[in-house]
Design a protein around this ligand. Structure first.
Ligand SMILES: *Cc1c(COP(=O)(O)O)cnc(C)c1O
Length: 364
């Protein structure tokens, strides 16, 4: 059997006619950026996230950057981020001129450990980025409490967690603002790059929108030194179609993940766990294995594709050498980087493929 890590075709085959009609509609209208499709998508996605406002932008990284800029974070400021996230979380901070300050995750959920945040706070700290990693929300209540105590902003990096909930509330509605990515491989992905921010703060939404539109609130009237980061009409239209199917597709990811959780039984493997406060949307199904290298090649030999998310913790990346961190500074993040392996997980996996993956892993 040959099972890739991920494919889009089963999803995309179901909506092909609608996607083609969307292309025709936008093509015939000849309005390609910041138009009706974008306005409608923003409205629909805000509603989906139970947030007041949504503003489309170029991608997830820029969504985070626009929020940091909208909060006036710049040179000399510090922003707390988990040490085990995709590098975009830290890069968004660096782009503003501020410094990312890394904090250890919890090994139970792989999300930032709220108990480790306080000791990373200094006079320069302005915000915390809570990443909802792999599709499960960070423990937001204690994070929000610390933020209140020190007057910090809380930004959700929800790039991996469209539709996830924490205590019954949606990702994207839990902090001061959130950024989403619509990169094709995310749970809600467009056919290129795309992203957005969500918030309940109208002024913030307007600032983020202006900063992503060359810093202008009216045409040729520039109030900030902004950038160009917008969601185009085609992608917004495609996203509207996919958003209607998202919960159904997510349920299938949850069903497959539940089978993995119930049926993978191998002492050499640690399965992920879901905090009872959360519903997990399983962007990734992450396992830990001390013998990851052997496991990965064993699965490869048996036709099963896997990916590592992520092989090097950010504080040890070459790009962040200047911050002076060393091996051993974040043992939990380093352990995850050394042992994490993501199993195949996508809408359209066949029952016999799931059976085969479970059986093959149990025989490792
Ligand atoms: C994908 C991702 C991003 C960046 O999104 P892009 O659209 O690729 O820029 C940011 N944070 C996390 C956690 C991600 O997984």
């Amino acid at each position: 059997m040959n099972i890739p890590f991920s494919i889009f075709t089963p999803m995309h085959n179901e909506i092909k006619a609608d996607m083609q009609a969307c292309f025709e509609r936008v093509y015939d209208k000849s309005w390609f950026i910041d138009g009706e499709e974008c306005r409608q998508f923003e409205k629909e996605f805000a509603e989906y996230c139970e947030a007041e406002y949504c503003v489309g932008c170029g991608n997830g990284l820029e969504g985070l950057y626009l929020l940091l800029r909208a909060f006036d974070i710049s040179d000399g400021d510090e922003v707390i981020v988990p040490s085990n996230t995709f590098i975009a979380t830290a890069l968004a901070v660096s782009y503003t001129g501020a410094t990312p300050v890394f904090v250890e995750p919890e090994l139970k959920t792989y999300n930032i450990n709220p108990c480790e945040i306080e000791k990373a706070i200094t006079k320069r700290t302005k915000a915390i980025i809570a990443v909802h990693l792999y599709g499960q929300c960070a423990d937001m209540d204690p994070i929000l409490e610390i933020a209140k105590k020190y007057d910090l902003k809380v930004i959700e990096d929800a790039a991996q967690s469209h539709g996830a909930t924490y205590k019954g509330k949606k990702a994207g509605s839990l902090g001061d603002a959130a950024a989403f990515s619509f990169y094709p491989g995310k749970n809600l992905g467009c056919l290129g790059d795309g992203g957005c921010i969500t918030t309940n703060d109208r002024t913030l939404a307007e600032r983020a929108k202006a900063i992503g539109n060359y810093g202008s609130d009216q045409k040729y009237h520039h109030i900030y030194k902004g950038i160009n980061s917008r969601l185009d009409e085609l992608q917004a239209g495609f996203l509207r179609i996919k958003l209607r199917e998202l919960d159904r597709w997510t349920k299938e990811r949850q069903r497959i993940s539940q089978r993995y959780l119930n049926e993978i039984k191998n002492p050499k493997i640690i399965l992920p766990s879901v905090d009872e406060k959360n519903t997990h949307v399983w962007h990734i199904f992450p396992i830990l294995a001390e013998k990851r290298k052997n496991l990965k090649s064993y699965l490869q030999e048996n036709g099963i594709g896997t990916v590592i998310h992520y092989p090097i913790a950010i504080h040890l990346q070459e790009a962040y050498q200047d911050l002076g961190y060393e091996q051993g500074d974040f043992p939990k993040a380093e352990k995850i980087a050394k042992e994490e392996l993501s199993l195949p997980l996508y809408y359209g996996m066949k029952e016999e493929e799931i059976d085969y993956i479970i059986k093959t892993i149990n025989q490792f």
